[in-house]
Design a protein around this ligand. Structure first.
Ligand code: FCB
Length: 445
């Protein structure tokens, strides 16, 4: 059955998402360096060593980009504010950076778009990276200061504030797997980052509450369905360890002020002394939860590896251009599991979901039927979760634009809108038009 606007409550929010480093262009506006600039400048980390210096030049082209959000019939725009743009050395304010976000938020409001802000989408100021970044507790305190500075400027007009985007990526992917900046493969740094990123979240929430921030406060967590590679007890246990590290650690910390035993089994020796006394800060009451969901992964027991002794296995399902299996059922699974086990009726938003495809521009148009299918299948999965009782209030497609896909550089295209980087020409893809037609069938051409 095709999905329609009527499948969702009238107040359900449809939006598109982006992030500062991936679109703005860091060369403009007095932004300071971040650890992504140096990670990209180090051979072997990023395809073609590409970085975010220009990206989609959104710093200059934001009016056109917001027009595209509006013209799709979307009513919300999820964006991130860049810490090194607001505070180039992590602590000193850059008024030009504040003014940029001031204009951007006013631009959203002028177009009837609700601004959904994320405070940290991975661009850590280099000056703080030099001092140990997320392995250093002090970074969490500096983050709360940054949260206060940017909220003092735009907090009166944003519709929603998320502290951190995807703590698993910030901590595990970046300090244990070494795939994102700072590219470490160190269990001690990883354990500390797993804790400090949540401490940063809790301290920022405390600070923003003290400021009587009007906007609802939340966090954006990512979930990946951890599937056992076989039905053997060993593989099921491996998938359970993966599930604990990826899908339980952060939500359990926030909602229960504890960490899962299966993850502590490996990480406890490396956590900072006295971590338990931070848990009350980490467990600040929230107004909403953001859920990012893309795929599932298959895990097998890897007895020759150190803890967590898991390895991934290629799965049989159809894959996106990232090589990620397409598994919409996983989204229903997580939304209902979070509702049942962790957040009850707290409002949830699907803050990211989307796919990369090897899009081709032919005669000025981009036909991307696989993306439309992917989007509608995940909207249907969201509808199913609502039918099962999950309090899901909105859905944001990742991403509005083709953009800087981190370690994959500009190679992978997730956008509803195609970007030709040398000319910065934007072209809405067929999926953009399909979404617009779903949102406003009567006005669609
Ligand atoms: C998520 C990130 C986002 C984008 C998508 C594809 O993990 O939050 O920035 O890279 O994946």
């Amino acid at each position: 059955m095709p999905i329609t606007r009527q499948d969702f409550p009238a107040d359900f929010v449809f939006g598109a998402a982006t992030a500062a480093y991936q679109i703005e262009g860091t060369a403009a506006g007095g932004a300071g360096p971040s650890h992504w600039d140096t990670f990209a400048a180090t051979p072997g980390n990023v395809i073609r060593a590409e970085d975010g210096a220009v990206a989609c030049d959104h710093y200059h082209r934001w009016p056109e980009d917001l027009d595209l959000v509006q013209a799709a019939g979307l009513k919300a725009y999820r964006f991130s504010t860049s810490w090194p743009r607001v505070m180039p050395d992590g602590v000193t304010v850059n008024p030009e950076g504040l003014d940029f976000y001031d204009r951007l938020v006013d631009g959203m409001l002028a177009r009837g778009l609700a601004p959904y802000q994320t405070l940290y989408h991975w661009d850590l100021p280099s000056a703080l990276a030099d001092k140990g970044g997320w392995a250093n507790r002090d970074t969490a305190l500096r983050f709360a200061d940054y949260a206060a500075v940017i909220t003092d400027k735009i907090g009166d007009r944003v519709a929603s504030i998320a502290t951190i985007n995807e703590p698993w990526c910030v901590a595990w992917l970046s300090h244990f797997l070494g795939i994102h900046a700072p590219g470490l493969r160190d269990i001690r740094a990883a354990a500390r980052a797993m804790h400090h990123i949540l401490l940063a979240h809790g301290l920022a929430v405390q600070r923003l509450r003290e400021m009587d921030t009007r906007a609802p406060l939340g966090i954006v967590l990512n979930f990946e369905h951890a599937t056992p590679a076989t039905d053997s007890a060993a593989d099921r246990a491996a998938a359970a360890r993966q599930d604990a590290i990826y899908n339980h650690w952060f939500i359990e910390g926030i909602t229960r002020q504890s960490y899962p035993d299966l993850a502590l089994a490996g990480l406890a020796p490396y956590l900072p002394d006295g971590w338990q006394s931070d848990m009350a800060i980490i467990g600040q009451p929230l107004d909403w939860l953001g859920v990012n969901y893309y795929t599932r992964t298959l895990h097998r027991h890897a007895p020759d590896h150190a803890w967590p002794a898991t390895a991934t296995v290629t799965g049989p399902l159809e894959k996106t251009d990232m090589g990620w299996e397409i598994y919409p059922e996983g989204l229903t699974y997580f939304l209902t599991r979070l509702h049942r086990d962790y957040v009850g009726n707290l409002p949830m938003f699907v803050t990211e979901n989307g796919m990369a495809a090897a899009d081709q521009m032919i005669a000025g148009a981009v036909d991307d039927p696989a993306r439309t299918d992917f989007l509608f299948a995940h909207l249907a999965a969201t509808r199913d979760a609502i039918a099962e009782g999950a309090n899901v209030k909105g859905f944001f497609y990742w991403s509005l634009l083709d953009n800087y896909e981190w370690a994959a550089g500009y190679e992978k295209r997730f956008g509803l809108v195609h970007v030709i980087y040398p000319s910065q020409k934007r072209t809405p893809k067929a999926s953009y038009h399909a979404l617009a037609a779903m949102l406003a069938p009567e006005t669609a051409k």
